[in-house]
Design a protein around this ligand. Structure first.
Ligand code: FAD
Ligand code: 2HG
Ligand code: ZN
Length: 508
């Protein structure tokens, strides 16, 4: 009775719909004359504009104006889909001259509102630039257009027994240019390191249209400043990446994975330490999934659930992958690890399931990779992608849930669930708050609460997704004033007119 009364009272006060309100410098809107000029640079089918005389409607370009989560919405009238670097350069020269804001867009899978306009900026979508330029099967150097889909690149090099040094759940849609622009981390970072190490060179169109050709395939080059590093993780605020040269590692001869069910979160660290000791160089991923995240993935049919009885009472799960040279040798090591974990006086795990076939291997990965998709099927996600000490992963999830409970927001019509998962090996937790809708009340309850919490651990408010539009105002939680001032000077140097992805990364 009490809960029914509470529920109806809640419904009586409608939640205020939240709308992102980041600012950006005053810039010119795209006009019909601009579109006529773009028609001299691009074929007609590479221009999507709702401006007269076009008969396109706003809904025809919805997919470019709205982000993957349905959280950020732009009002662009025009999307250009160039096919080569020269076209990008000519477009940028014009936009620079005319002071038109530009949003570079890859697969539009970004999770911080960086890939859609804040107002009506021009969208330059790289999807038509999708050619592999070269691949050297000896060195593994791959040179590709920025618009190549990550998964297509994996498929391109697979026959040569090479793999991409990064892998993420969005691989079927995200583009290599977007990956570099966000310095995407993903599931292989533990093994192959970040893109700051694997990217060999970049071709970038600067805001005034100048082409910075640094598309080298050499591994060592100490001739002055390493300019490409500035564009890795710049989220399209310094220029448009049009070409990427990247070092791809040889495919491991054997890969195996195992899912471990842990009775308590406190066991994650000892399991990680033991795994590193037993598996040393063959350990290639160590991913954390809390119980609610696991149940959600299972609920939404991501991968095959473990035997229900075996995981009864499990507080969290770990997905561990090995990539080595010899299957028998790796499996022997894994079996040894499982025995150690199970045989301790107080076993560190409840159960461990070793994949027995490529299908099972993929299905186990699906349980982890599919969480993001499950979250978006469940509701609207507030995503906090944070670096904090491993030992604090659970605490942060619990504190956030408790905080929302105290605010009276933890119920079906507001926040449905607070879950945690992520890359233990990289100290990166994905704190996801799943709500019925994006509302001002939830937004105000979460921010700056989460940022302050992260800062109290000396962590980072963005481990891998970037700042985008979502966190530009909050950069100071993770960077000093001196560092932010230096960034602003760099931005000013490359983009004095402030036209490149305005309002993202650095607050206007
Ligand atoms: P977009 O979303 O189009 O753009 C992202 C940013 O990069 C924007 O600021 C945009 O302006 C800029 N940009 C895009 N292309 C260019 C270019 N050519 N030149 C200059 N700037 C450009 N991220 C991780 O780090 N790790 C993960 O494990 C991970 N998993 C994900 C799983 C799912 C299911 C989803 C939906 C997202 C995931 N992400 C992850 C976030 C996202 O996929 C990555 O950030 C990805 O790298 C973005 O690539 P994109 O091509 O979609 O870029
Ligand atoms: C992952 O590791 C991605 O799965 C996405 O970085 C995380 O959806 C998220 O919060
Ligand atoms: Zn991640």
């Amino acid at each position: 009775m009490l809960s029914t009364r509470l529920a109806s009272r809640r419904l009586a006060v409608p939640a205020r719909r939240w709308k992102h309100t980041s600012s950006r410098p005053p810039l010119n809107s795209v006009t019909a004359d601009d579109v006529a000029h773009f028609a001299k640079i691009l074929p007609q089918n590479a221009i999507l504009s709702t401006l007269p005389p076009s008969d396109l409607h706003a809904s025809d370009i919805d997919q470019y104006n709205n982000d993957w989560m349905g959280k950020y919405h732009g009002n662009s009238t025009t999307v250009l889909r160039p096919q080569n670097t020269k076209q990008v350069s000519d477009i940028m020269k014009w936009c620079h001259e005319r002071r038109i804001g530009v949003v570079p867009q890859g697969g539009n899978t970004g999770l911080v509102g960086g890939s859609v306009p804040i107002l009506d900026e021009l969208i330059i979508n790289l999807g038509n630039m999708s050619k592999v330029r070269s691949f050297d099967p000896v060195s593994g150097a791959l040179v590709a257009d920025a618009g190549c889909i990550l998964e297509s690149l994996s498929e391109h090099i697979a026959p040569h027994n090479h793999i991409m040094p990064l892998d993420l759940g969005a691989k079927g849609s995200c583009q290599i240019g977007g990956n570099v622009a966000t310095n995407a981390g993903g599931l292989r970072l533990l093994r192959y390191g970040s893109l700051h190490g694997t990217v060999l060179g970049l071709e970038v169109v600067l805001p005034d249209g100048t082409v910075l050709d640094n598309l080298t395939t050499i591994r060592k080059d100490n001739t002055g400043y390493d300019l490409k590093q500035l564009f890795i993780g710049a989220e399209g605020t310094l220029g448009i990446i049009t070409g990427v040269s990247i070092l791809t590692p040889p495919a491991p001869q054997a890969s195996t994975n195992v899912i471990l069910a842990l009775p308590r979160f406190e066991n994650v660290l000892p399991v990680f330490k033991t795994a590193r000791l037993h598996l040393s160089e063959i350990l290639s991923a160590f991913e954390f999934i809390d119980r609610e995240a696991y149940d959600l993935a299972v609920k939404h049919g991501q991968g095959k659930a473990l035997n229900e009885q075996d995981v009864e009472g499990a507080e969290c799960f770990v997905l561990l992958e090995t990539s080595g040279g010899k299957k028998e040798h790796d499996e022997e090591k894994l079996t040894g690890l499982l025995e150690t974990l199970l045989e301790a006086d107080e076993p560190l795990i409840l159960t461990g399931v070793l994949s027995q076939s490529p299908t099972q291997f993929a299905s186990m990965w699906r349980l982890r990779e599919g969480i993001t998709e499950s979250v978006s099927k469940e509701g609207k996600a507030y995503k906090y992608d944070i670096s904090i000490p491993l030992a604090a992963f659970k605490e942060v999830v619990d504190l956030t849930r408790e905080h929302l409970r105290k605010q009276g927001l933890l119920h079906e019509e507001a926040v449905k669930q607070v879950i945690g998962y992520g890359h233990v090996g990289d100290g990166n937790l994905h704190l996801n708050v799943i709500a019925a809708a994006y509302t001002s009340e939830i937004q105000a309850a979460l921010e700056p609460f989460v940022y302050e919490l992260v800062a109290s651990y000396n962590g980072s408010i963005s481990a891998e997704h970037g700042l985008g539009a979502m966190k530009a105002h909050a950069i100071h939680y993770s960077k000093t004033g001196v560092a932010v001032d230096m960034m602003k000077k760099i931005k000013e140097l490359f983009d004095p007119r402030g036209i490149m992805n305005p309002g993202k990364v650095l607050e206007f």
